[in-house]
Ligand binder design. Structure first.
Ligand SMILES: [Zn+2]
Length: 450
């Protein structure tokens, strides 16, 4: 149990589908660039064949496609071998297909192997997505280079209810007729947010396991890991007690000393977020659908706040995790308001109603006048207004108006179907009699009953 009561609510951000839109645009632009580069390259090649070496025979299409097929099979075989190596704890097998001249890569891959084994995946597989072209990589490594986006599909027991997917970029080179992995980060800047920055990608880790929580810390940092396990168990009790949805899953909490883990960015000092909950995807955005399919969420703790992690902070993030698989289309004011609702119920239970009443009045007096509508998704996390407080107030108001169970049902409907403003207003109106506009005007005249 923690005795600390934060004076301001701990912000944290679930990365739902909407937050990927900018990324998708970027991917589309990159893809366009790739197509252009391919055309340019093949035209260059044809020009060379035609003018510089007119006597040589151009490679026939069937030969080229046979080479591509052989490469695909060779790389697939390597990927299968690496997954098998993790599942059987065979380090030699894992390192077998590495470029022997890249000693730094070999050292990094030994750490990666140990981490992957430590995670204890129920399922693990790698597959090739599309080939990518980067002239700088070809220039540095030679023509027999194959840069490919890789999908890593895995399942952490209890945490992931179904397999989820993350992405990587691998660079292979052909050495004496054999393909070897020569680098694993050439493509990182062109991948989605958080790619190649999973808990196991950053340094040697240790996993601590509780009944419904896995905590990932730096190797040897188990004292802190155990403290987080304890607080998380309390946080889970709060989620169970204060949010009606019966969620029986387990949470993954990552508390490393990196400021960039998955899609969490804590390096920016303007962002005082203590933790965040970032989505996992059973299908990545752009893979089968534009938004992808959200499977759940992992919690990442800000390294500078690791010693202040308590059940109140975690109950906020765990509420995101316990609602993450509902679809991810709920508006941020509802997602953050619900998470704040749970954590402030916890504060009330620990410290009595006085603190909550005081805070609620401050939100009404100080935060509401700084806004002209409910906090919008766009700019939510950059807002200088207390958007968390206002979101919390909106949920408190709805709970008073229609009851907590109905608010939880409203949340589920929004998460599954709130794909645009029309849908959101229809759902809100049918379940509460309000639209976002009339909810906002209601808040302006809201007098809490205590
Ligand atoms: Zn949050």
């Amino acid at each position: 149990m923690s005795a600390t009561i934060p004076s301001a609510p701990p912000p944290g951000a679930p990365a739902g589908p909407g937050r990927w839109l900018g990324l998708l645009l970027a991917v589309a632009l990159v893809s366009g660039g790739v197509v252009y580069a391919v055309n340019e390259r093949s035209e260059d090649a044809r020009a060379r064949v035609a003018t510089v070496t007119p006597s040589s025979t151009p490679r026939s299409p069937s030969k080229a496609s046979a080479a591509a097929t052989a490469r695909r099979v060779a790389i697939d075989t390597i990927l299968i071998r690496r997954a098998q190596a993790v599942q059987t704890g065979n380090q030699t097998l894992f390192l077998k297909d590495l470029d022997p001249s890249n000693t730094k890569l070999i050292a990094r891959q030994k750490v990666l192997f140990a981490n992957l084994v430590e995670m204890g995946f129920a399922e693990l597989g790698y597959s090739q997505a599309e080939e990518r072209f980067d002239p700088a990589v070809v220039k540095a490594r030679g023509r027999a280079t194959y840069l490919v986006r890789i999908l890593m599909r895995y399942q952490i027991p209890k945490v992931d209810v179904a397999p989820v997917t993350t992405e990587l970029g691998y660079t292979f080179i052909s050495r004496a007729g054999r393909w070897v992995l020569t680098d694993d980060d050439d493509l990182d800047d062109d991948l989605g947010p958080g790619a190649h920055r999973e808990a196991w990608d950053l340094g040697r880790i240790e996993v601590l396991r509780g009944p419904r929580v896995l905590v990932v810390v730096e190797k040897g940092d188990h004292e802190r890991g155990r403290a987080i396990l304890t607080e998380a168990a309390e946080g889970l009790v709060e989620v169970r007690d204060y949010w009606p949805r019966r969620w029986r899953g387990s949470a993954l909490i990552i508390a490393l000393d990196d400021t960039e883990v998955r899609d969490a960015r804590f390096a920016d000092e303007d962002i005082e977020s203590a933790a965040s909950a970032g989505s996992t995807f059973s299908s990545l955005p752009g893979q089968d659908t534009a938004d992808g399919t959200v499977a759940g969420a992992y919690i990442v703790i800000n390294p500078n706040q690791r010693d202040q992690v308590d059940e109140i902070l975690l109950s906020h993030e765990l509420t995101h995790v316990a609602t993450a698989d509902l679809g991810g289309y709920e508006p941020l004011w509802l997602a953050e308001g619900a998470a704040e609702y749970v954590s402030w119920r916890g504060i009330e239970a620990l410290g009595g109603p006085g603190e909550v009443a005081k805070w609620e009045q401050e939100v009404i007096d100080d935060a509401l006048p700084t806004l002209h509508s409910l906090p919008t998704d766009a700019g939510f996390y950059e807002s200088s207004s207390d958007v968390y407080g206002v979101s919390w107030l909106a949920v408190r108001y709805l709970v008073q108006r229609i009851g907590l169970d109905a608010v939880a049902e409203l949340y589920e409907d929004m998460a599954a179907h709130g794909i645009n403003q029309v849908s959101r207003d229809r759902i809100l109106l049918s379940r509460s009699g309000l639209t976002e506009v009339t909810l906002w005007t209601s808040l302006r005249t809201y007098r809490p009953q205590r």
